[in-house]
Write a protein that binds this ligand. Structure first.
Ligand code: GLY
Length: 322
């Protein structure tokens, strides 16, 4: 991906990739960076192959674990080491038809396991949309500086990309920068963006696949917040097989939909079957209202060891009120 970003002149963090047998060079490159350090697997690692650490010792350990294959098998045998960027994150899902690209409403994700952005990186512990700090000018900048140049660089390589492109952005003190692109919807960003869509998702996807986006993308003014309920030990060693209680009462809260992420049925019982188990999603007229509904519903669900963050959308809901 970094080659495509470089070819397109897309602003991103300083970075280099190292393969198996290049541990010495990788550790030397770390010495040239300052904290925070980002160490990523080049291959797919179920959303967990990114270590963002503040000490160089931890970064060195991550490099060794990844390159040796101990942490993620072959997915980690090539690592990308990056300077850590700082600033608010923004997720932008973009419909692409091979030549045109149309952004959906922006969302913000919470990647750390615990409140206050502490704990290990996860696939995402919650999200909200809209994002008050991401007005139309920020979205235009993201499309003009990051998304369209990346699509042009792909096109120059013979890749006519159709479908959803996930742009993970950071609003750094030096301007917008790309953290990652994914060729899929975001999870849990999708859960807060799609419920706000007023126009027809199926039509947009069909047009995207067919190579001609035509229908205008329209969103409601509603706000949407999702809170991820996770199992004990997630993301390191999630415990599974516990019985989930209270789902029906949670679903009865006004404006709430509960998406299943890691569950399985056992007769009449519903059991946990993954690290991220349920996405409790609520819509309301404001972020504060959606947040209150999502947390009310989340509080009605339980299983041994369940945990969730209590600060999803807290700052944005506060800013939105002012
Ligand atoms: N929530 C982050 C992702 O879907 O990659």
């Amino acid at each position: 991906m970094k080659e495509v970003l470089d070819a397109g002149g897309v602003p991103t963090a300083a970075h280099r990739a190292f393969g198996a047998g290049e541990e010495g060079a990788a550790l030397a490159y770390l010495e040239s960076l300052s904290a925070p350090y980002v160490v990523k697997t080049d291959g797919l690692a179920a959303g967990k192959g990114v270590a963002v650490v503040h000490s160089r010792d931890e970064a060195r350990d991550a490099v060794r674990e990844y390159l040796s294959g101990r942490a993620f098998g072959d997915a980690g045998r090539t690592v990308v080491i990056e300077e850590g960027l700082t600033g608010p994150e923004l997720s932008l899902l973009v419909l692409c038809d091979g030549s045109e690209a149309t952004p959906l409403a922006p969302a913000q994700d919470f990647k750390r396991a615990f409140d206050g952005d502490t704990g290990p990186n996860t696939g995402g512990m919650g999200a909200y949309s809209p994002v008050p700090i991401a007005g139309p000018e920020i979205i235009d900048e993201a499309m003009g500086k990051c998304v369209r140049p990346a699509l042009t660089a792909l096109s120059a390589r013979g890749v006519e990309y159709r479908g959803i492109l996930y742009a993970g952005l950071m609003l750094t003190p030096d301007g917008l920068k790309i953290i990652e692109f994914n060729v899929r919807f975001g999870d849990p960003e999708c859960q807060v963006v799609v419920p706000r869509l007023e126009s027809d998702l199926c039509r947009h996807l069909a047009e995207s696949a067919g190579g001609r986006l035509q229908e205008e993308v329209r969103f409601t003014d509603d706000a949407c917040v999702t809170v991820v309920l996770a199992t004990e030990g997630y993301p390191v060693a999630p415990r599974k097989g516990d019985e989930i209680e209270g789902l029906d009462r949670a679903k009865a809260v006004e404006g709430v939909t509960v998406f299943h992420a890691g569950t399985r049925s056992d007769g009449d019982r519903l059991l946990t079957a993954g690290g991220r188990v349920l996405d409790v999603t609520a819509t309301a007229a404001s972020l504060a209202g959606a947040r209150a509904r999502a947390y009310e519903a989340a509080s009605l669900i339980s299983w041994p060891g369940m945990h969730y963050r209590s600060d999803i959308a807290a700052t944005a809901a506060e800013e939105d009120r002012q």
